[in-house]
Design a protein. Structure first.
Length: 379
């Protein structure tokens, strides 16, 4: 069981690294004029400003505009930094509590199903109270979204199965190879081919994952295969999303609402499959076994509950964070996130990492960054 000190250290690490990410600087022309309250308007009318010469007034306004732009830029930096810090912290929390729950109750299908369900009451409350505009969907819209929801399901279930079969660090090393899968599927199904430098940047990804797998002490084919299944589903979801641009998918589907709708559809798809594979009797037997092994019902409920809450919230915050930055910053942020999660899991769970495994991890993650930068340059 990880100590509170280790958990706080990891979360602080993620927040500190994310906070240092570069953010787009606003130009003076893009800054909106600040709102002026009625009290401020009266003060200007009665004060000495009316006596200022035009040239002095222009100079003062220019200086004030620069100060306002700097203030707005600082606010934007703090806002984006806060998004990234929260994104990383929630993601780390999800991976830690998810692995703890899987260690206590090896029921990955049940846990994955609950995690998809966990955000539904939250978003339903937002829609019911008007805090967020509710989407409007027809039967045709749901049918159009179903393939993407199925890929969303596969991405999540594959990752949970992999986390249950191996170390958190190993799962994320294999997940770093998603660009390889994405490039292959885009070439096969969309006939989209990228410049040679982009493909060359995938070589360190493949080599790094191979090195890490070769000496990974917790390597299992189940962990590797299901992580790759998650990669295939995630890449397929991205390909299918391009097809949705020409189909009606409903109204009020901004990024958070679209994620919510896909999650609800995925939950409806997964629930019967999960109950068939892990029956209520098996769930109760695993619960009793976990309590008999020394985990209290409260701790067990906390691990499962937090894994679900963190799962939904980190994905929602990710939408907010990534909508505020340029593609290059997005790529850097994703790379740092994976590094932080790997380090966090090693610290919290004390998983041994061989020198060759550490080298392979570094090469694979760095290759992912190179691929993102190369793809952005040659797009």
């Amino acid at each position: 069981m990880p100590s509170l000190r280790s958990l706080v250290l990891v979360l602080c690490m993620g927040g500190t690294v994310a906070f240092a990410l570069p953010t787009p600087r606003l130009s003076h022309t893009s800054v909106r004029s600040p709102m002026v309250s009625p009290v401020d308007q009266l003060a200007v009318g009665r004060g000495s400003c009316a006596q200022v010469k035009p040239t002095a007034l222009k100079a003062a306004m220019a200086t004030s505009g620069g100060d306002d732009a700097d203030a707005k830029s600082m606010q934007q930096t703090l806002k984006v930094g806060g998004y990234f810090a929260l994104w990383y912290a929630l993601n780390i929390g999800y991976n830690i509590y998810n692995k703890m729950a899987l260690n206590a109750m090896p029921l990955p299908w049940t846990l994955a199903t609950f995690q998809l369900f966990a955000g539904i009451p939250y978003v339903t409350f937002l829609w019911a109270t008007g805090l967020r505009v509710a989407p409007k969907l027809s039967t045709e819209n749901v049918k159009n979204l179903a393939p993407s929801a199925l890929c969303h399901l596969g991405t999540h279930v594959g990752a949970v199965l992999s986390l249950g079969a191996g170390a958190v660090s190993f799962t994320h090393i294999v997940k770093a190879s998603e660009p390889v899968v994405s490039a292959a599927l885009s070439a096969i199904f969309l006939k989209q081919f990228m410049p040679l430098p982009v493909y060359l940047s995938l070589i360190p990804v493949i080599g790094g994952v191979g090195l890490a797998s070769l000496k990974e002490l917790s390597f299992t084919w189940v962990a590797f295969g299901t992580a790759m299944l998650s990669n295939v589903a995630s890449a397929s979801r991205a390909i299918l999303s391009k097809g949705l641009l020409t189909k009606p998918i409903g109204e009020n589907l901004n990024a958070p609402n679209l994620y919510a709708v896909l999650t609800i559809i995925a939950f409806v798809m997964l629930a019967p499959v999960s109950l068939a594979l892990e029956t209520p009797a098996a769930i109760m037997a695993s619960w009793d076994a976990a309590i008999a092994a020394g985990t209290s019902a409260f701790e067990l409920g906390k691990m499962i509950g937090l894994s679900g809450i963190f799962y939904y919230l980190y994905n929602e915050v990710a939408f907010l964070a990534l909508s505020e930055v340029a593609p290059v910053t997005h790529a850097v942020g994703n790379t740092i996130k994976r590094v932080v999660i790997i380090l966090a899991s090693v610290i919290v769970f004390q998983n041994p990492l061989s020198p060759l495994g550490a080298l392979g991890s570094a090469v694979a993650v760095f290759g992912t960054l190179l691929y993102s930068l190369a793809k952005n340059k040659y797009k």
